[in-house]
Design a protein. Structure first.
Length: 431
């Protein structure tokens, strides 16, 4: 397992229950991992940017499957370096990871494959971008082409704001990621995330989710990597899900294979449910964080076997992944200061109390201090995750667990799942 966040803790927790490890004598290593992951895996200090060192570790330890959690090493071609040496890898090649690594690449692919998405223009100079604004109306959607840790999207309410944002982007505000900027039509609707496993030929849905990106209650304040999520996304019912597969995901997988870049791994589609049907907002080439945490809590299948089947191009022979009908909800506890400069070193306690009622606390940015005590070591620190018969029940269970956690320098949103909770309450009144 490569990575160190809450997503990787959730994957490790689930992998540790896999027959590959419990019955077939496998052993889990994680690099660099975190103190939560250390409960199931031996942690190793590996620099994922140094492909040769990852390959030599895998060689020395006879690794049967490498699971790459985050996008950066995928976009950087780590999967290719490992496959080139004969290792089984869960995660797309560098070419296929362009679906996340280049917004322009994905928009062009959508155009070629006739996949519903927002209208767009790719621009590589400020001059061209400023002129291209003529073809759009406010609000303007401006996206740095490359990876920008989820921060590369600007929604500008006025033309002046858009012009300013474009100058910043071409002026290097997002580094190399902003050397090209995609300008998009603004879509309206509710957002939902949809996840499938694919080996480049077969597609297996592995759940849906909705997240809360803004730092503050009521979806206010700056954007973050995600302050909470729940699964399933009830708004993405069976009909819309089928439509998303048939019109968006399947044509993408087919086009990638046809063009010699078969996509293998998890494909995360960010969808806008517009009045004209689902449209693609963006693709990610890995599980969402914290969406993965709620998916793993619901997954009833053997994750190790599924990921290995993806890596070995035999997903089509597997039973569809079973997910619990229950709702999972996760609340992110972040360190004071996030998403700016988070306070490091804050003490964390009582995680056992938080888990006493069946909730699961995944570690994201945690570390051990010199005395071996758990401390905060990043922006998003803990993902407190629980199941319930409805979103309201899952929300109540997750917040009971949050209240049991002792993390004085932390904070969290108090309204994760609020839209769905309101809809449930409305249905109850009608019902
Ligand atoms: P992305 O990083 O592409 O997911 O964009 C971040 C967020 O910006 C999305 O989750 C949406 O809320 C919003 N967004 C991106 N593209 C559009 C669009 N074309 N229309 C409306 N909102 C968008
Ligand atoms: N939570 C959003 C993401 O992982 O991209």
């Amino acid at each position: 397992m490569l990575g160190s966040g809450g997503r990787e803790h959730a994957l490790s927790w689930k992998l540790a229950q896999s027959r590959l490890l419990t019955e077939q004598g496998g052993k889990l290593y994680a690099a660099p991992g975190n103190p939560g992951i250390a409960q199931y895996a031996e942690l190793v200090a590996l620099d994922v940017a140094d492909h040769a060192s990852v390959v030599s570790f895998c060689d020395a330890h006879d690794i049967g499957l490498v699971v790459i959690g985050p996008e950066a090493p995928l976009v950087d071609g780590l999967a290719d370096s490992l496959r080139g040496e004969g290792f089984s890898v869960f995660g797309p090649s560098k070419a296929a990871a362009q679906l996340e690594g280049s917004k322009g690449f994905t928009k062009d692919l959508c155009e070629r494959a006739n996949i519903p998405t927002a209208g767009y223009v790719r621009t590589t100079t400020l001059d061209h971008a400023l002129k291209a604004l003529d073809d759009f109306r406010a609000p303007y959607v401006l996206k740095a082409d490359g990876l920008a840790s989820g921060k590369g999207v600007v929604i500008a309410e006025t033309r002046t704001d858009a012009e300013e944002a474009l100058s910043d982007m071409f002026g290097g505000a997002f580094g190399d990621a902003g050397a090209e900027v995609v300008i998009e039509e603004f879509l309206t609707g509710e957002e939902a995330s949809f996840f499938v496993l694919t080996d480049g030929a077969s597609i297996m849905p592995i759940g849906s989710a909705q997240d809360h990106k803004r730092v503050g209650d009521g979806d206010t304040g700056p954007n973050t990597g995600g302050m909470g999520a729940y699964s399933p996304a009830r708004v993405l019912g069976p009909t819309l899900r089928r439509e998303a597969i048939e019109r968006i995901v399947a044509p993408t997988v087919r086009a990638m294979a046809d063009e010699g870049m078969p996509y293998s791994g998890v494909l995360y589609a960010g969808l806008m449910l517009t009045p004209e049907g689902p449209k693609l907002i963006e693709y990610n080439c890995r599980f969402g964080d914290p969406e993965c945490q709620v998916l793993m809590l619901r997954l009833e299948a053997d994750l190790g076997e599924l990921l290995l089947a993806c890596a070995e191009n035999r997903l089509g022979a597997m039973e569809p992944a079973k997910l619990s009908d229950r709702t999972a909800l996760t609340v992110v506890m972040a360190a004071e200061g996030y998403p700016g400069d988070p306070q490091k070193g804050g003490k964390i306690g009582n995680l056992d109390k938080a888990e006493a009622d069946g909730a699961k606390v995944f570690h994201a940015g945690t570390a051990l201090d010199a005395e071996g005590k758990l401390i905060a070591n990043g922006g998003r620190v803990l993902n407190v995750t629980a199941l319930g018969g409805s979103v309201s029940e899952a929300q109540a269970a997750a917040y009971r667990a949050v209240l049991a956690v002792d993390f004085p320098t932390g904070f969290y949103r108090r309204d994760i799942g609020y839209r769905e909770v309101a809809r449930e309450a409305a249905r109850e009144q009608l019902g």
